[in-house]
Structure formats: C-alpha cells, structure tokens
Design a protein. Structure first.
Length: 219
C-alpha cells in the first residue's frame, strides 16, 4: 500500500501536474479543467479542486486544488480528525497542490438527479448519521450539498469534507433534506423524473441568491 502511494505521488508529480491545466474562473462555480494528460480521467470538479483517476491505481484518486484556491491544509486536518469511517474517504498523502484520497465509488446525488437514478431514503439516513459522527469529532458539517454526497449500493457517502473546520452555521444539508422529503420523494422518485443540468445549475444559482438575501435579512 505504502509503495503504491509513493508510486502514485511520483506519477502525479512527473506526469499529471506538468500537463494539467486547471482554472478557477469564479469562486462560486466549479473549477474548469482545460487539459488532462492521458491516461488520467477527471472524475469531477468542485469549486476548489478537480479530482482525477489513473487506471493503474483504481483505489485512489488525486484531488488537485486549482491555482489560487485555498483550503488544502484544512482538508488534511479534517481527514486526520475523521480517522477511518465507512461514509468518508481517507487522505493517504498530501503535497500542495494535491491530495491522494481513497476512491469512493458511487454517484453524486446531483448526478443521480440528472440521470434519473433513484435515491432511496436510506441514503439520506446514512448521511445524517455520518454528519452526527462529524460533530462527535469536533468538526462542523459544512457545504453538504448534492455534489458533495454520493450513493453507492444504496448507502450514503460524504465525498467532500474540506470545509468541516468552518464553524459558521450552514443550512445546506437541512435544505437538501427538505427538498428531498417535500419534492423529490413524493414526485421525482415515483415518476423517475430526470432533471437537466441547466435546471440544476439554475437551482444552484437561485439557492445561493436566496441564501445571500437571507443573510442580509431580506427574507
Ligand atoms: N474520494 C473520491 N472518490 C471519487 N470521486 C471523488 C472523490 N472526491 C471527490 N470526487 C469527485 O470530484 C468532485 C469534486 O471533489 P470535491 O472534493 O467536492 O472538490 P471541492 O472541494 O472543490 O468541492 C466530487 O463532486 C466528486 O464527483
Ligand atoms: Mg465539493
């Protein structure tokens, strides 16, 4: 295992980083991946980083922070405090701008909505339990939304823990749950509806605006 982590980090330094082109165009939008050297594959991008897989190392992923995006040290510290728990990834190694993480197989709930993959209630319960565990480790669930949670074989996983040192109250997961029980479960789940990405992006932008207005006391 240690050998494979060393070999993978060497591969990241030599082959991935020199060829990779990442750009954070706007802090509230996902990082744009302009170029990925073969045979690496991009598994996803968030507002801070993009995540890559090398076919020779199917159990690990490489999370690379975009130039100018902060937070890598905080993410390492969160993984240290979370220790080993089945609902989360693990951090094997870090060296700015990248982290080597355990690969979580699964589909983000955001992609499930788009693809029409059913999200059973157990997934929501698992994530709730995982977030209780987060609090028990002196951390704060933060930024827990559809791109940061996944399901795999009917169980819920939390894929992004990078903001869990941030003690500022955050309602994101409460709001996801509310939408799940009031809209998704009664309507989308039984009808097997798919939601186009454009609509998901509108919801994301509308939600941010709604929260900003709320923060200003205009709600
Ligand atoms: N450990 C992992 N295993 C598999 N896919 C992952 C893993 N971590 C992240 N991803 C994918 O990469 C995307 C971006 O990663 P994320 O940690 O959310 O970045 P950011 O901190 O920029 O939001 C996720 O939405 C998910 O699709
Ligand atoms: Mg994320």
């Amino acid at each position: 295992m240690l050998d494979s982590i060393q070999a993978l980090s060497q591969c990241v330094r030599q082959d991935l980083l020199p060829e990779l082109k990442l750009e954070s165009v706007a802090p509230h939008d996902p990082v744009v991946v302009h170029r990925v050297p073969s045979p690496w594959r991009c598994l996803g991008a968030g507002n801070y980083a993009a995540v890559f897989l090398h076919p020779d190392y199917p159990d690990q992923v490489v999370k690379v922070y975009a130039p100018g995006r902060p937070g890598i040290e905080a993410e390492v510290e969160v993984y240290r405090r979370l220790d080993d728990h089945p609902a989360f990834s693990r951090c094997y190694f870090s060296e700015a701008p990248f982290l080597l993480l355990k690969r979580l197989s699964g589909v983000t709930l955001y992609d499930c909505l788009h693809k029409g993959i059913a999200i059973p209630p157990q997934v929501i319960h698992d994530i709730d339990a995982a977030l209780d565990y987060v609090r028990s480790r002196g951390l704060f669930p933060h930024d827990v939304h559809g791109r940061n949670v996944m399901q795999h074989e009917g169980r819920g996983l939390v894929v992004d823990v990078s903001d869990f040192l941030n003690a500022k109250p955050d309602r994101a997961w409460q709001d996801v749950k509310r939408a799940y029980w009031w809209i998704y479960r009664p309507l989308f789940l039984p009808l097997g509806l798919r939601v186009p990405y454009v609509l998901l992006d509108w919801v994301r932008a509308g939600y941010r605006l709604f929260r900003q207005l709320g923060g200003l006391g205009l709600r």
